[in-house]
Design a protein around this ligand. Structure first.
Ligand SMILES: [Zn+2]
Length: 225
């Protein structure tokens, strides 16, 4: 896909996410890796609903701005996930209501922020890690994401929002949407003793669809780079 097309894709998906209320105001950002090692990323203080393809920030492989507006201040979230997940080609970060709400509940497991509720959550988003709260702009958040060693394609930042990687922009957007909808289901069903997928059903999905779920199997000492 040409860079022109990729810029249009970022604007199209950004507008779709914004118009469905998945990230308010000028929150949220999207990035894509280019074949030359550089990237496209949405500008700082830009609403995802009103992006201009010509003003998207173009960075070189070293992260320097080549053209377009100044990039989002949340670049470290993206670079940390790209660094640790070699297959990632696109990353979506939103401030979506239900996913943010989930991060504030006391019972959330940092290694599996959501239970196995639906097959499509597992197939698109995999399992989700939760990292602690960091002040916006604190470089320590990138270290927290690096600390997950690329095991997770979806990460929730406490009191902030999801960061989700995909092997295409469409995959990253769809995974972010599944994560948000699953967080909504969790909140709807909380304390109602719902029946989640059994470990056998999860294992069957993982086997059938070749899912790399961190909770399955021993990841100690494996190289996920
Ligand atoms: Zn944010």
């Amino acid at each position: 896909m040409s860079e022109t097309r990729l810029r249009e894709e970022i604007c199209r998906y950004g507008r779709s996410l914004f118009e469905r209320g998945l990230t308010p105001g000028s929150s949220g950002n999207i990035s894509m890796k280019l074949d030359d090692g550089g990237w496209l990323v949405t500008p700082t203080n830009a609403s995802l609903g009103f992006l201009d393809p010509a003003r998207i920030s173009r960075l070189d492989a070293g992260g320097r701005l080549v053209s377009g507006d100044k990039p989002t201040k949340e670049i470290p979230l993206h670079s940390a996930l790209y660094e640790t997940r070699g297959s990632a080609r696109a990353i979506v970060h939103l401030h979506s209501t239900h996913a943010v709400a989930l991060t504030m509940l006391p019972e959330i497991d940092p290694q599996a922020a959501l239970p196995p509720m639906t097959p499509y959550y597992l197939m698109r988003a995999g399992e989700t890690a939760l990292v602690p709260y960091y002040r916006p702009g604190d470089p320590a958040v990138a270290d927290a994401i690096r600390g997950l060693a690329g095991k997770y394609s979806s990460v929730l930042l406490s009191n902030h929002g999801p960061v989700v990687a995909g092997d295409s922009l469409e995959a990253a957007v769809f995974a972010t949407e599944e994560l948000e909808e699953t967080a909504k289901l969790y909140l709807l069903l909380r304390n109602l003793n719902p029946r989640y997928l059994s470990s056998q059903q999860v294992a069957d999905l993982a086997k059938t669809f070749s899912l790399d779920l961190p909770s399955l199997g021993d990841h100690e000492g494996h190289d996920h780079g």
